[in-house]
Ligand binder design. Structure first.
Ligand SMILES: CC(C)(COP(=O)(O)OP(=O)(O)OC[C@H]1O[C@@H](n2cnc3c(N)ncnc32)[C@H](O)[C@@H]1OP(=O)(O)O)[C@@H](O)C(=O)NCCC(=O)NCCS
Length: 390
């Protein structure tokens, strides 16, 4: 297999944009991505495209991929929409990497886009709900907040994790998101703000939940044969892992771990020949604060049960040993579900290119991105490395 490289990445602002279309948001992301390629790129160089989109609200549920690429002047190339709930564009990236590694494409685009705020709240929750386990969770009335609340309660019961530790995750996410000009909720929050906010699904409060966001993100993956045409500082895909299963919580052995994340991480670390200690930073899927705590454990950043204490320790803040979600994460940057996986890769690109501004991790050379769908029924883990830095 050939090596694959990340050569460009861009995203729109994330926020509530009920009057925008998924296509216009994607155009903004696409244009920022084209600008980001160090030595420039022409549309004609892009061989294939994979677009992540859940089609919340049912808009363009057939052919949304070509509808997006046509809008940015990429008609005439193979394009497909990928759907894997909130992991839709994590999987787009995986497909683009496969296309490039296999030799079918020299440059492949992977992106995602979603508009969620033009629906009433109940309809938006319906469309989110159908991305979870339908028969026994959604049809029984459970929302995603409810499912993650069950995971939080289980984690608290099993390990003694506290609600305040979850609030530390939120405070850190907002601290980072306040430095990200694209963030939906780009302001700081105090521990007191997080602790005193209204309950959404006990034990989770407002600041333990991601918002409903609109936005788009897009990245370019190039082969080792052409990467020198686009950059002198290549960022290599060192490891790509993915897995699926356990869509409903009741399918899992435990509520306090996500098997798909563990399996995807194992593959990615093995392929990269790396361990968690080799990472300089990580973007993890924090749709709810408990998801970030569980991700710390499943990705091997700490032992099972220690995620809450790890959050409280400050090691995951900028300046800590392993900064996590320097973008602000889903909590502060926002979570337009089809776009999230690609936007995590935007942060990885900016960090490894040294263009993350106030959020820059010093000497960042290896970064990880972790994206899950639903409550963890599908997961991707990608490890990227600035070449020549190992
Ligand atoms: C948390 C949630 C229930 C709040 O929804 P809501 O009560 O309808 O809130 P609104 O969007 O009307 O916003 C009300 C206020 O709260 C703020 N707000 C909304 N979500 C917020 C969040 N997660 N954190 C902090 N503030 C938030 C808004 O900015 C707004 O502030 P303002 O009054 O100062 O303008 C909703 O965002 C939600 O369901 N989030 C989870 C989405 C989800 O499940 N995604 C898939 C994950 S797998």
């Amino acid at each position: 297999m050939r090596d694959a490289y990340l050569i460009g990445a861009g995203q729109s602002d994330f926020g509530a944009f009920p009057d925008e279309s998924y296509r216009s948001l994607f155009r903004t992301a696409f244009e920022e991505m084209v600008e980001s390629v160090p030595d420039g790129i022409s549309r004609d160089d892009i061989d294939e495209a994979y677009i992540g989109m859940v089609s919340i609200g049912g808009r363009q549920i057939g052919l949304p991929g070509p509808a997006v690429t046509e809008h940015v002047g990429l008609d005439g190339i193979p394009c497909v929409r990928l759907e894997n709930a909130c992991a839709a564009s994590g999987y787009s990236i995986r497909q683009a990497i496969q296309a490039v590694r296999s030799g079918m494409a020299d440059v492949a685009l992977a992106g995602g886009t979603e508009v969620m705020n033009d629906l009433g709240r109940d309809r938006a929750r319906y469309w989110l709900g159908v991305s979870g386990e339908m028969e026994w969770e959604r049809m029984a009335g459970t929302t995603f907040s409810g499912v993650f609340a069950q995971m939080a309660s289980a984690h608290m019961n099993e390990y003694g994790t506290t609600r305040e530790q979850l609030s530390h995750v939120a405070v850190k996410s907002h601290e980072h998101g306040a430095k990200n000009p694209h963030a939906h909720l780009g302001y700081e929050c105090s521990l007191e703000d997080a602790e005193s906010a209204p309950t959404i699904a006990a034990p989770l409060g407002l600041y333990h939940c991601c918002p409903m966001s609109d936005g788009a993100a897009s990245v370019l993956i190039a082969s080792e044969d052409v990467v020198d045409d686009y950059t002198d500082d290549p960022i290599r895909v060192a490891g790509a892992g993915a897995s699926s299963g356990g869509i409903g919580l009741f399918e899992r052995d435990s509520y306090t771990s996500i098997p798909a994340t563990k399996q995807a991480a194992e593959s990615a670390y093995e392929e990269a020949g790396m361990a968690p200690e080799d990472l300089d930073f990580a973007e993890v899927h924090d749709c709810f604060s408990i998801a970030e705590v569980i991700a710390y454990e499943d990705l091997g950043f700490c032992e099972p049960g220690e995620g809450g204490a790890f959050a409280e320790s400050g090691e995951t803040r900028l300046g800590g040993d392993l900064p996590v979600n320097t973008s602000g994460g889903l909590k502060s940057k926002g979570h337009p579900i089809g776009a999230t996986g690609a936007s995590q890769m935007v942060e990885v690109f900016e960090q490894l290119s040294g263009h993350a501004g106030d959020r820059q991790v010093e000497d960042a050379t290896v970064g990880l991105a972790h994206n899950i769908g639903g409550s963890g029924g599908a997961a991707t883990v990608h490890i990227l490395e600035k070449e020549g830095s190992a």
